[in-house]
Design a protein around this ligand. Structure first.
Ligand code: X2X
Length: 347
């Protein structure tokens, strides 16, 4: 009898101990938190863009002690690879958070076309003058109003021209080339003005189209070129023309954001800023240095790299000027004027 009782006592004590040791762990995660938050990206961790996602998720997990767990969904898998539908899916909550290109969200947010204005941003300083200045703040207000909470800037990069046919040094060299472009009508206008034959398609569809020769060329940052090994799908000619660059924006769905404690909101925001800084440095590696070592690596793969003289480049600027003027009105002359001013001040 005594034995049973003391056994019971011991077991109860053990149970109580187990319960108290479990309790603090459970209390750490607010009950309304999801077990996993879905982060959408166009490309995976072999690319600077995907690395940015990996860094953001890791920082958030560490700094929240695992309260917020983020899983990466590259290939815009949550919207079946259709990157032009990504922003809508974030707003609707199909996607919890994302690092998205300004190009892919410009069908929903016309002001994001700003970065796709041909030859607006001459160098990295110009990009920074926009994203890190007043224009960046205004754009974040616009993204917020459009329905997702923007936290930080990242970068895909300067989009250079590649093709499978021949070196391109002038708009005449583009004549009749079938060029894959992304999902904004601005790109149709730009490539039509240059005499090319633009065709709009998702990144997922583009790669087989290069391999089969269904399209001749495309435009993307060199970090995308190398990570996707575009030289192996016939893209043997690169023209460094730096006509546009697409920044990335780190965002969170608004209901998800509201569900987090102020402490965790601050952690997620700071982690996005830190990851964004790191991601921009990774995206510029090999290209921001004066001798551009990445280009030597690419040339060593048997790729012909054409660097334009100022006069050669000017011919592309001139041919696309009517597109610039048309889109200045569409985007909003006020915003474009502010961008031109900020860039001029950064010179
Ligand atoms: O589709 C593209 O070209 C890419 C990967 O650069 C974007 O998502 C904008």
């Amino acid at each position: 009898m005594m034995k049973t009782r003391s056994f019971l006592k011991c077991s109860l004590a053990a149970l109580a101990l187990a319960a108290t040791s479990l309790a603090p762990v459970q209390a750490q995660v607010p009950p309304n938190y999801k077990a996993e938050y879905k982060m959408s990206l166009v490309v995976g961790t072999a690319f600077p863009w995907g690395k940015g996602g990996e860094i953001w998720a890791k920082l958030v997990k560490e700094r929240t002690q695992g309260r917020i767990n983020i899983k990466l969904y590259p290939g815009v898998a949550l919207v079946q690879g259709d990157q032009t539908r990504e922003f809508t899916a974030i707003r609707q909550g199909v996607i919890d958070m994302a690092i998205g290109s300004t190009i892919n969200w410009s069908p929903q947010i016309k002001e994001l076309n700003l970065f796709s204005m041909p030859f607006l941003m001459p160098d990295y300083k110009a990009i920074d003058a926009l994203t890190q200045g007043e224009v960046g703040k205004r754009l974040f207000q616009i993204v917020d109003k459009a329905g997702a909470l923007p936290l930080a800037w990242g970068e895909n990069g300067y989009r250079e021209l590649t093709n499978s046919k021949h070196p391109v040094k002038s708009p005449a060299d583009l004549k009749g080339l079938k060029i894959r472009i992304v999902g904004s009508p601005l790109f149709i206008d730009t490539f039509t003005a240059l005499g090319a034959n633009p065709t709009q398609m998702s990144w997922a569809d583009a790669q087989p189209a290069f391999a089969s020769g269904a399209v001749d060329g495309q435009e993307n940052p060199m970090s995308i070129f190398t990570a996707a090994k575009l030289q192996n799908v016939g893209q043997k000619y690169v023209t460094m023309w730096g006509y546009v660059a697409d920044p990335l924006i780190f965002v969170v769905n608004k209901d998800v954001w509201a569900s987090w404690t102020p402490e965790d909101q601050a952690i997620v925001r700071q982690a996005a800023i830190d990851a964004g800084k790191e991601e921009v440095a990774i995206a510029r590696k090999g290209l921001a240095e004066a001798d551009k070592p990445l280009l030597k690596e690419i040339a060593a793969l048997g790729v012909t790299i054409t660097e334009l003289t100022p006069t050669e480049r000017e011919a592309f600027v001139k041919a696309t000027r009517p597109v610039y003027d048309k889109w200045k009105t569409q985007i909003g002359a006020d915003l474009v004027n502010a961008a031109e001013k900020a860039i001029a001040a950064s010179r």
